[in-house]
Design a protein. Structure first.
Length: 284
């Protein structure tokens, strides 16, 4: 497995794969890899013969007072995980390699970046779309794989790729969960044992929501109230949002109909946690 730290190195690696007629899959990550990331590697490997994983904590998607400086960076462990799972190349550039001068060019996706996490993280998605565009231009993958846990990010990237006619397929892989339902996340390691147990409230609230919809509930205010009862019962859990939005446009909904994304964000101790489910009422 090759570990490339420069754009030239990773381009040479990918060029060799392409010359051999192999499809290239990219898994963009910020490192601190876990079983959720492994599932993305497996999804890429199922579609492509050459899998590239990027390890880059992107500074432009962090706002003031966020956790950029504290974000975990277990580089050697991350490389070992990639090697164990058949990754052909790791792209681990420095910030100076990705942003060698003041960045004056940004990729902005309108409207769907504004609700949900966009309300509290106004520069976040501009950083995400810009770095993903750079990664797509550098690696030129046939397929790029993202996780459903970051549902808004996946929707934004898919729309960006479609609007800009990017020649790649965006694949969204299902959320991977712990045995108690907690969505696997690099930020879970911020939690102490009690906070880790309390964090399951997010998934329990979403499962309560899913069951209410299965029983025929359609009033968003009533279902949100049930979810908030579960979340507010956890000491120290600060709810940022419980949102019901259209699964494509991310427009707020008052009633459950069609393909609905139910998303939750909350702060617990030092961690900001997010989770979501998709419910398609046409298949219930």
């Amino acid at each position: 497995m090759q570990v490339a730290t420069t754009i030239e190195e990773i381009r040479q690696c990918v060029s060799q794969a392409r010359a051999a007629g192999r499809k290239v899959g990219l898994v963009p990550t910020m490192g601190a890899l876990h079983v959720g990331h492994v599932s993305l590697m497996e999804a890429a490997a199922a579609r492509c013969e050459c899998v590239v994983v990027s390890l880059f904590v992107n500074p432009t998607q962090f706002g003031p007072n966020e956790d950029f400086d504290n974000y975990p960076k277990p580089f050697e462990a991350d490389v070992a995980i990639c090697e164990r799972h058949g990754v052909e190349a790791v792209f681990a550039p420095s910030a100076a390699e990705m942003y060698p001068r003041e960045n004056l060019t940004w990729v902005n996706v309108e409207r769907i970046t504004e609700p949900l996490c966009g309300r509290s993280r106004p520069i976040h998605f501009r950083g995400v779309t810009t770095v993903c565009t750079k990664l797509f231009n550098i690696v030129r993958p046939d397929v790029a794989v993202f996780g459903q846990k970051d549902a808004q990010q996946a929707i934004v990237i898919r729309r960006m790729a479609a609007d800009l006619n990017m020649p790649l397929e965006i694949v969204v892989s299902p959320t991977v969960r712990e045995s108690d339902g907690l969505a696997v996340s690099s930020r879970n390691r911020y939690l102490d044992p009690q906070q880790r147990r309390d964090a399951t409230a997010l998934y329990r609230s979403l499962e309560t929501c899913r069951e209410s919809i299965r029983r025929g509930a359609t009033n968003v205010a009533e279902i949100r109230g049930q979810m908030l009862d579960i979340l507010h019962a956890v000491p120290g859990l600060e709810v940022e949002y419980v949102s019901f939005v259209d699964g494509e446009s991310l427009a707020d909904l008052e009633r459950i109909q069609g393909r609905v994304l139910i998303a939750v964000a909350a702060r617990l101790g030092p961690a900001r946690l997010i989770d979501n489910i998709l419910v398609d009422t046409t298949t219930l």
